[in-house]
Design a protein around this ligand. Structure first.
Ligand code: AMP
Length: 219
């Protein structure tokens, strides 16, 4: 199976993380989630973490040069032939240009951009109900996908919490930021022939089948 390089795209709460994890498993790809990378840097108190913290907490975008540097460094850590999924990056046209240049310099091409489409009211319900495991990062939803025991991770038994930026006031900012700064990338990638739009307001298995169909046709 050929290694593929894919971007997962779409507003927060469309299931990018869930679908990226499923595809990574079925295709042996590495997922590089910009949000996870930043949250780790913040937890570790690194220089990047300090620069990013206030933006992440308020639901605003971290400066382009900071996130681009971090994500290209993460790509460099992968072996040369490793396929990957970028989840949450790029989010602005400047980031998309910097990614394209960075990949060209490394002799890598992007194969596809998967745009997950979900109605806004469903996104808000998904984000407000989202809970994550503090230790292993497994994702739950109080409404759609509750853990077997309330507040406890099925996978590792640790505590399940709400992300600071999944509070309703911050959700509104994150969605506004997406519409203003990230949505223009739909046209950007469509013009470059890379965009694949997937209706994602359905069960995770069904959405995964739709994505697998697109990826299968790339080879
Ligand atoms: P996420 O987990 O993808 O929703 O990201 C959480 C937060 O991390 C966002 O609200 C931003 O503050 C920051 N972030 C993640 N990815 C990017 C990016 N590509 N550009 C700028 N900020 C980002």
């Amino acid at each position: 199976m050929r290694s593929v390089r894919i971007v997962f795209f779409g507003p927060p709460g469309t299931g990018k993380g869930t679908q990226a994890a499923r595809l990574a498993e079925s295709r042996r790809l590495v997922t590089l989630s910009s949000g996870d990378v930043l949250r780790r840097e913040i937890r570790e108190g690194s220089e990047v973490g300090e620069q990013a913290a206030q933006f992440v907490r308020s639901g605003q975008l971290v400066p382009d040069d900071v996130i681009t540097r971090v994500m290209l460094a993460a790509i460099d850590k992968l072996g040369d032939h490793r396929g990957f999924i970028l989840d949450g990056f790029p989010r602005t046209e400047q980031q998309a240009d910097a990614l394209a240049n960075g990949l060209t310099e490394r002799g890598i091409t992007l194969d596809a951009v998967i745009d997950l489409i979900v109605p806004t009211d469903v996104i808000v319900r998904r984000l407000a109900g989202r809970r994550v495991c503090k230790k292993c990062g497994a994702t739950y939803n109080v409404e759609f996908l509750p853990p077997q025991k309330a507040g406890v991770c099925d996978r590792c038994g640790s505590e399940i919490v709400q992300r600071d930026d999944d509070r309703e006031d911050v959700i509104a900012t994150r969605l506004d930021t997406y519409r203003a700064q990230t949505e223009p990338l739909v046209a950007y990638y469509r013009e470059r022939g890379l965009l694949h739009e997937i209706q994602a307001d359905a069960d995770a298995e069904i959405v995964q089948d739709r994505i697998e169909e697109v990826i299968g046709a790339l080879a």
